[in-house]
Design a protein around this ligand. Sequence first.
Ligand code: AMP
Length: 573
Amino acid sequence: MLFIELASAFGEIEKRSGRLEMTDLLSAIYKKAKVNEIKKLTYLVQGIIAPSYEGIDLGMGEKFAIEAVAHATGYSRKDIEKDYRKAGDLGLVAESLLKKKKQQALHARELSVSDVFDAMMRIAKSSGTGSQQLKIRVLAELINNSSPEEGKFIVRFVTGQLRLGIGDPTILDALSVSKAGDKSLRAELERAYNLCDDLGLVAETFVSSPNKIKKFEVEVFKPVRPALAERLATPEEIIKKIGECAIEFKFDGFRMQVHKKGEKVEIYSRKLEKITNTYPDVVEATRKLKHREMIFEGEALAFNEKKNRFFSFQETMHRRRKYGVEQAKKDYPLYVYAFDLIYLDGKDYTQESYSERRKQMEKIFPSGLLKISEKMAAKDAEEIEEIFQESVKKGLEGIMAKDLKAPYVAGARKFAWIKLKKSYGKSVDTVDAVVVGYYLGKGARAEFEFGGILAAVYNPDRQKFETVAKIGSGYSEEEMKSFHEMLSEIKRKEAPSIVDSNLKPDFWVELKYVVEVAFDDITLSPTHTCGAKDGKGYALRFPRMMRLRSDRDAREITTTQEVIEMYELMKGK
Ligand code: AMP
């Protein structure tokens, strides 16, 4: 397939915002593509070159992209920087310079989707001395062979600014429509995607062997999209919902998905990034387990030996920072509380019940670094309350109630797991929101150039981030400084197109940081767009910053639907 066909479809998609139109345009592309192009095509649409767990990054900063555009178009770097400052989009600059380029008509050859993808891969894989020059050369050659429209999207892609607004759900819809003419195959595609966070592979399997997609199973070293917990406000509601259940403590650490095959072990974060190298102690302990192949999940917490208690979440996260792994291992010894089993010696456990998975787990985990999270039985609300109070006494976050009969619901928030959290002040819970913009400080805060943030939750139906709170309190001076530093690095003039906001912060930012926000209540107000109907959206009342959640990305924040459910819960109380 020619890249120009894809670039034209991108151009059309960019002009539309309706999900149905996007789906149709994309499904037409899928119909045209050959089987061996499906994977590459899918990654290009996602704006990546490999699933995030493979850790393959283009490593092409803006500066180098500018240089490549200069090489390819014959304009000076200074000119390009000037145009870029004006337009705010390097892709548009490349497009207009390519239009002006006199010998454009002679551009050397037509690019295929594979040509473009393979060049991107070459850029990503070149490392070491001289690699930057090589990257620039490969990109310049690609731009040189491009039409203006192709050049625009290539430049946006390499600088991470593709932003077509095509979410994964639209890609799944488009794949289904490309084969069935409607969304009837969407469920099986979604199931496969939840079991394997590689949409390229899922798309390729779907197109090449329909039978295999129906029987798609988890595979070691292909991370599974994590199951999520629902929330309820009281033990009574939990019992009403799932009856007699198992209760585990909810540890406030970070989630790990550990994969093992023989001697090889890989660890993935909740965002499904590979984090193996940071945790040699967990790798070693996993290697010692007697099973040859396994995938399990657990919550990792660092233990403060001096004080004989767990470190806080913030302190535990020091283990993830880049400083000597060996030193960190000593200063922050980890324990992993295994809480679920996904795969064991050739058997996919995702369809087995919680009880069955637990039964297997109890045979596997020794005590030591890898422990099994304790399971307690609860027949009624009183028993849940007792365990909840015990968790609060222990300084834990609360409890997780688990439906004994439920399978492992990869990638979904179902009532298989229900969290009951310790309240923060009057609030029953907190919201994980993404920072979409920030305000400059006034008065005493002017010196920090930081006055607060604008935060949004995600509405998967609209594929939009909708604002829910402006958070001006809860920051220490230290935090104000570091928020300013972090956010000013990713600031931008325009709101990202996937953000829906009535407010205009001093600066918009790339959707990179997730924060946990406590609040007193949820109200309806015209200020925010979360779940907005008749001009009124849901808004957090007295929101305050709890912490930065560096273990999450914008994909996994609280949804609009959850905010509405919390509103109903709070209203009912
Ligand atoms: P939340 O982040 O508040 O939505 O709660 C879900 C998270 O709690 C999971 O992603 C885990 O990281 C964490 N967690 C802590 N303890 C457990 C447990 N015993 N079972 C399941 N998840 C747990």
